[in-house]
Design a protein. Sequence first.
Length: 181
Amino acid sequence: MLLAGGAGRRYGMPKALVLLDGERLVERGLATLREAECDPIVVVLGAAASQVRASTNLTGATITDNPNWDTGIGSSLRAGLAALTDSPVDAVAVLLVDTPAITPAAIRRLRVLSHPAALAVATYHGQPGHPVLLGRDHWTGVAAMATADVGARRYLNAHPHLVKHVPCEDIADGTDLDTPT
């Protein structure tokens, strides 16, 4: 799942539309999930959704609009999980549009842990980051605790004994793009 619904207030524009090396961040994130062999792939749009659709190639993804995008990432995560309710998947890897240096290898490293009870977080030098792997058994609880600008963090913090930390600094960079500099 690619969360790409924010307005990018600190950045000055929706990050889904940001060009990096000639490619929109939303396209880069989608390509990363494709290369990691995620299927299905849900892309959650919000701010500037029509502009993102008009200026990007999102072929092969299930596009979900989050009409409440302005309430924060929690609503985008809930929208994405709702879009997967009828899918046969055991777990979902969650990627943020503003983490362009996450590699398919990092996603695959978490994907091998996929099962309904999975909870896993990529770490970078001991610090939690993305992607996050959420097993289906946890989706209802994650959705209930995903509010405002908090995605799965509250749920993960409430269940530390269940969370597997997966070091990924050797294959990816979890830095997010908060500002153009």
